[in-house]
Design a protein. Structure first.
Length: 202
């Protein structure tokens, strides 16, 4: 059981969830875009949200800015959070425009908003759960998208809700966070997506 719970932190790591979200999005709207444009956008997201952040963290370790990829202290989180938030800004400025890619644009706008809040909290020495923020943001996106397009995705909705519980249980078991840090992250992820949801309808 312990191994299964710990697996949740790795399967739903914040680095992967933007890619999950965009694969989910393009799977359901593939008729709107060419295969080449879909592939290009997904590859751009993978490069910017997975490979570049991992490479950045690898660079920080020998510089002694971080001593673990888990970023266990608030101080160690500040520079990576600033970098990851900057990447979100790059994505909404250069990868997805609000005209042709409205929903991805506002999804990443919410991610950018989350990043800003997490950066501010880090300078206030508050260790918000990035895992809880990311999984709740992803789950809210999936549910809102399903409602927006009136897609019968009850099994997937159940899965993402289960994933939230899985990740929170995993973080508690690993003693990575206190419950209030997880709840704050959970709230931030949901609220951020709901703030930008209104722009989907404009």
């Amino acid at each position: 059981m312990k191994t299964f719970l710990n697996l949740g932190s790795y399967l739903f790591h914040p680095l992967w969830l933007s890619t999950y979200a965009m694969c989910f999005y393009f799977y359901h709207v593939n008729f709107m875009f060419t295969y080449e444009s879909i592939l290009a956008k997904i590859l751009a997201v993978v490069l910017l949200t997975v490979f570049i952040p991992i490479f950045f963290l690898i660079l920080l370790k020998p510089l002694k800015i971080i001593n673990s990829f888990h970023l266990k202290t608030v101080k160690q989180r500040r520079l990576p959070l600033l970098f990851f938030t900057t990447i979100s800004a790059v994505i909404i400025n250069y990868i997805f425009n609000p005209i042709h890619y409205k929903i991805p644009f506002y999804f990443f706008s919410a991610v950018f908003f989350c990043g800003l809040v997490c950066v501010i909290l880090s300078f206030l020495n508050y260790k918000i759960s990035l895992h809880a923020t990311a999984i709740s943001s992803f789950a809210c996106f999936v549910i809102c998208f399903s409602l927006y397009y009136q897609i019968s995705n009850l099994w997937l909705v159940n899965l993402v809700v289960f994933a939230i519980g899985w990740v929170i249980s995993s973080r508690l078991l690993m003693q990575a966070h206190k419950l209030h840090e997880l709840m704050t992250g959970l709230s931030l992820g949901v609220v951020s997506q709901l703030i930008f949801l209104q722009f989907w309808y404009i």
